[in-house]
Design a protein around this ligand. Structure first.
Ligand code: G1P
Length: 305
């Protein structure tokens, strides 16, 4: 049966982006010419999702307003045609509040009734996955999940050894077709000495309903938060099949979690934007020259200054 439902956690406070996030959700920060959570929704729709539950919290109303085409500035007001870039009638958004954010596992648990008896995608609202083909990584993960009748499948990416402490890190087991593997273990944010590999959880998951009882039983883990990773770990320990599906060449996870990752993601999406990218690449090259050697013209001054 095709998977058409997705849970998008977007309740986090964005503390690492203060004061930018003092009065606006990090999910509304632009990556390229759209808010990051708009990119997440477009990726999900491209993979066949029709029903999207966004888990919000205090201060997150702009996310709800954004997905209401009649609220605030409309595409017609702005003179923009063909927005949103999907059939709005065919896609239904739902919203629920997490209350006090207690961790990713707690946020996903808010989607239990929405998921019902179906398998459901979880896509973090502060990350996009870029690829040449829209949603190719997500579709590959869904295909592997169905083919191997898994209870959970997780998109993973290689990270540097120093970076393992910022991610859930997985221990790969038996290799399957197309680079996917069975997962033998998973640990939330281990230091390099404890990391079982350099494969990090990359913000996209698919779960059978088996997940939810595990979430209900969780004690706070890393950072005193209810960790989704800990539920997956317990599923593996009980013999449920969990897959890792690596990002491939040309595929990238970009996030707005902190100023450095946000800046990188913003540069990359802007510099590769279809409309403004070419001019910005020229600008960036000139600016770098100028910063390296002040005798090169400053691209923010008129050339005849
Ligand atoms: C969360 C997860 C972590 C994952 C990361 C990126 O961490 O807990 O396992 O690797 O997202 O997908 P966060 O960045 O929210 O602290």
């Amino acid at each position: 049966m095709p998977i058409t439902r997705a849970i998008v956690p977007a309740g986090g406070k964005g503390t690492r982006l203060f004061p930018v996030t003092k009065a606006q959700p990090k999910e509304m920060l632009p990556l390229g010419t759209r808010p990051v959570i708009q990119g997440v929704a477009e990726e999900l729709v491209s993979a066949g999702v029709t029903d999207i539950l966004i888990i919000t919290g205090a201060g997150k109303s702009p996310v709800e307003d954004h997905f209401d085409p009649t609220s605030g500035l409309t595409a017609a007001d702005a003179g923009v045609d063909g927005w949103p870039p999907y059939d709005d009638e065919a896609i239904q958004f739902y919203f629920t509040r997490q209350g006090e954010p207690r961790g990713l596992g707690d946020a996903v648990r808010c989607g239990e009734r929405f998921a019902g008896e179906e398998h459901v995608i979880v896509a973090l609202g502060d990350c996009i996955i870029t690829s040449d083909q829209p949603a190719a990584p997500l579709r590959r993960m869904l295909a592997a999940h169905a083919e191997h009748e898994a209870d959970a499948s997780i998109l993973v990416q290689r990270v540097s050894l120093e970076a393992t402490g910022r991610y859930g890190i997985v221990q790969p087991g038996r290799e399957l077709a197309e680079g996917a593997f069975e997962m033998d273990d998973i640990i939330e944010k281990p230091g390099p000495e404890d990391a079982p590999s350099r494969y990090a959880v990359a913000a996209r998951y698919v779960f059978s309903p088996t997940l939810f009882p595990y979430l209900a039983d969780l004690e706070p883990g890393k950072g005193a938060e209810i960790q989704l990773t800990d539920a997956v770990r317990a599923m593996i320990a009980d013999g449920h099949r969990v897959l890792g599906v690596p990002l491939q060449e040309g595929e990238r996870r970009l996030d707005v979690g902190n100023f450095e990752s946000y800046s990188r993601a913003f540069f990359r999406t802007m510099l590769t934007d279809e409309v403004v990218g070419e001019g910005l690449r020229r600008y960036a090259a000139n600016l770098l020259e100028h910063l390296r050697d002040a005798s090169h013209p400053d691209p923010d001054l008129p050339s005849d200054a």
